[in-house]
Design a protein around this ligand. Structure first.
Ligand SMILES: Nc1ncnc2c1ncn2[C@@H]1O[C@H](COP(=O)(O)OP(=O)(O)OP(=O)(O)O)[C@@H](O)[C@H]1O
Ligand SMILES: N[C@@H](CCO)C(=O)O
Length: 328
């Protein structure tokens, strides 16, 4: 279920016309996703996705939507928010790509072709590594700034909140890891890491592919709503921790790790500081999602529509990264 707000054909049709996208011929609620209301909107000009934001407000959205537009306009395949025609009325709080539907902030983006691959092989990991490096380079001149809101500051605030829900071994692990990450973040190698606007949540369910299993063609990244400015290495670590990990054990998969790293570094070679800190950032990426999953699991927000993911998966990934810091 991911239609929390019902949108009529008339409302959707009026927006599509205001965006110059033609006449609406079909509007269909999308079942996947848990955070926002999403519809596929078909017009006589193509297929689009209409999203009504159920959590983020008009003030928070420009960073994400303009990042998507910037990347799309720099040749990175991401959904491009569609703009109202020059001179069209823009209400308070809106801008040309941030609209209002049923009183909620809304955006219309092009529909990506293909489907997600939940059991990726080395070829999928290579395609993601290549495109992630291209996205980092393309966002270098993105002018808007917002920190990674799920970064170190949030970990330090949130670990004490989840600690009462952990057993002794888990408490020891999370405290030790947080202390280690604070130590790393205070060091000179960390300060030297290149940074910019990153996706920060590039999991298997946020990428689309066409083509075959042997020769997949990446058709796009989506779900930019955890994006922020942080180190490029952290973004790569988050992707490796999902795409190149054996899900039952949490351990790194050699072939997929090598494929993603080789493809990423072919576009953007890692600096010395990045090579040195990759093991630490892999631990940081695991800690980040262990904390957020614990928080979602044990402290569900009132009226939350989130279906919590299993926190113990990222506890296993973290333990595996600590036990075996050497990359394949
Ligand atoms: N631009 C797009 N092109 C094609 N399909 C899309 C696009 N955007 C979203 N979808 C489809 O809609 C589904 C839900 O989108 P998404 O995952 O962004 O949902 P959400 O509720 O906004 O976020 P979350 O997954 O974090 O809950 C996706 O799994 C995908 O199938
Ligand atoms: N990718 C996150 C969910 C939020 O997008 C997780 O797996 O915990």
């Amino acid at each position: 279920m991911a239609v929390y707000t019902d949108v009529s054909d008339a409302e959707a049709g009026a927006l599509m016309r205001a965006l110059g996208l033609g006449e609406l011929t079909a509007l269909r609620g999308i079942e996947g996703g848990i955070e926002n209301t999403n519809y596929f909107a078909t017009t006589d000009q193509g297929e689009w996705v209409l999203t009504l934001f159920e959590r983020l407000n008009h003030a928070q959205l420009p960073f994400y939507l303009h990042l998507m537009k910037h990347l799309a306009q720099h040749g990175v395949p991401v959904p491009e928010p569609q703009a109202k025609a020059d001179g069209a009325p823009v209400a308070a709080g809106e801008d040309d790509i941030l609209h209002t539907v049923c009183g909620k902030p809304a955006a219309v983006v092009n529909r990506l072709r293909g489907k997600s691959e939940l059991q990726p092989g080395a070829a999928h990991c290579a395609a993601v590594g290549d495109m992630l490096a291209r996205a980092h380079l393309a966002a270098r001149d993105y002018p808007l700034r917002q920190p990674n809101l799920r970064g170190l500051t949030w970990w330090n605030e949130t670990v004490p909140v989840v600690l009462p829900h952990l057993d002794d071994a888990q408490s020891a692990l999370i405290r030790t890891e947080l202390a280690y990450q604070n130590h790393i973040a205070a060091g000179s190698a960390y300060a030297a890491l290149p940074r910019g606007a990153i996706h920060a949540d590039l999991f298997r369910d946020n990428v689309m592919f066409e083509g075959t299993r042997e020769q997949p063609v990446l058709s796009g990244f989506f779900d930019f709503y955890f994006a922020g400015v942080d180190t490029w290495l952290f973004d790569l670590a988050v992707a490796l921790n999902d795409w190149a990990v054996d899900l039952p054990s949490g351990r790194a998969d050699t072939a997929r790790t090598r494929a993603m790293l080789a493809a990423y570094t072919a576009v953007r070679p890692l600096t010395d500081a990045e090579r040195r800190l990759l093991p630490a950032m892999l631990r940081a990426g695991a800690l980040r999602f262990w904390i957020s999953r614990l928080w979602d699991f044990h402290l569900p927000r009132e009226a939350s529509m989130l279906k919590p993911h299993d926190p113990t998966h990222f506890e296993r990934v973290l333990r595996a990264r600590v036990a075996d810091p050497l990359l394949p």
